[in-house]
Design a protein around this ligand. Structure first.
Ligand code: PLP
Length: 352
């Protein structure tokens, strides 16, 4: 795709290019700003969302290395783990998920509930699930990965480890490709985008889009709306991934620039609220507003916070002078159902 870099092979698993359209009612509600939606919530059914774009590259690599088992990690309601479980079922691979589970995901006697949202789907797709408390998970994740890898090796198998969110050098390719897709769709619609906005959880989407736009010669800023952690965390994580990416894929045909320090990054951590996967009233109100006004459903963990943050920044902040903004809908609908109580919906009485 970019002649100075060697593009790795990938599996064809996602429904791409995904649709791209103007949010008519949202744009009409704003003064002088068009919001365009990149529908990466349409990349698949049970595999929908942003993770499948990274997994096309990561699972291809696993197959090329003759691995028979995928090990990956995330929260109990991880979209990444659910997409991985479904794709492993499709490809005939074993899937082992290492999940971080707090009190909210447990029964009174500490057992882990697998009957809701993404956890239900991962379970149905046949994934082996191992659950850990947040503190144990945080302090021992590498050791947990290593011990399960060893376990499969001892049984004569071969495991392939994918980091949380699929965010590493190889995974970046998914959103480098998507950046090109978005820039082409902007050209087809005869618009010059002033900003691209996405949610940031493990940084691979923001990192891939930022690097992809830069390599494609576009100066459009990619705004990553953090749903956890800080601006410093994301910027150092993304710069490390970009550095690794350049180490792996730069053909060095001419004196190459140091991409890690050249790609501009824009991260906003003002809309996280109480913490990862913890919502707040204004965010839930934005999710409900968009559903009513566009028939588009956001999720409360990622896209709800990112879209809410974007609308606030259009009204008063860093996006206030933009004429055309592309919001990347990264999926996550199954994470909405376990949070239904936050919409405070009262039962209604029956008519007869
Ligand atoms: C994982 C995820 C994100 C964040 O993407 P990263 O590449 O991890 O930063 C955004 N939206 C949804 C729905 C996700 O599942």
């Amino acid at each position: 795709m970019f002649s100075n870099f060697s593009t790795p092979e990938k599996l064809s698993l996602a429904n791409t290019p995904t649709p791209f359209h103007r949010l008519v009612n949202t744009s009409n509600s704003l003064q002088n700003c068009n919001v365009w939606l990149k529908r990466d919530d349409f990349t698949g059914g049970v595999t929908s969302g942003n993770k499948i774009r990274k997994l096309e590259f990561l699972l291809q690599d696993a197959l090329l290395n003759s691995c028979d088992t995928i090990i990956t990690s995330g929260g109990l309601q991880s979209n990444h783990c659910r997409a991985t479980a479904a794709l492993c079922a499709q490809l005939g691979l074993n899937c082992h998920l290492i999940l971080r589970v707090d009190q909210g995901g447990r029964t009174e006697d500490g057992k882990v509930k697998l009957d809701e949202g993404n956890a239900l789907l991962s379970h149905l797709c046949g994934a082996e699930i191992s659950a850990y408390s947040p503190s144990y998970y945080q302090n021992n994740l590498n050791e947990i990965f290593l011990s399960y890898s060893q376990h499969y090796e001892n049984k004569g198998g071969k495991a392939y480890c994918i980091p949380t969110g699929g965010s590493n050098a190889l995974g970046l390719w998914g959103y480098i490709e998507c950046a090109v897709e978005i820039l082409n769709q902007c050209r087809d619609n005869e618009i010059e985008p002033d900003a691209i906005v996405c949610a940031s959880g493990s940084g691979g989407t923001q990192g891939g889009l930022s690097l992809g736009c830069y390599l494609a010669g576009s100066s459009v800023p990619v705004h990553g709306m953090a749903v956890c952690d800080s601006v410093d965390y994301f910027e150092s994580k993304i710069r490390a991934d970009v550095h690794e990416w350049q180490t792996c894929f730069d053909n060095k045909v001419k004196p190459s620039i140091d991409l890690k320090n050249s790609v501009p990054l824009f991260t906003n951590d003002k809309y996280i609220g109480p913490g990862y996967a913890k919502g707040y009233a204004d965010m839930y109100a934005t999710v409900a507003w968009l559903a009513r006004n566009e028939g588009v459903i956001l999720d409360p963990v990622y896209t709800g916070k990112a879209f809410h943050g974007m609308m606030e920044e259009i009204k008063t902040g860093s996006l206030s002078n933009c004429k055309n903004i592309v919001f990347v809908h990264t999926g996550g609908i199954f994470g909405l159902f376990p949070k239904a109580q936050h919409f405070n919906i009262e039962p209604i009485s029956s008519e007869y």
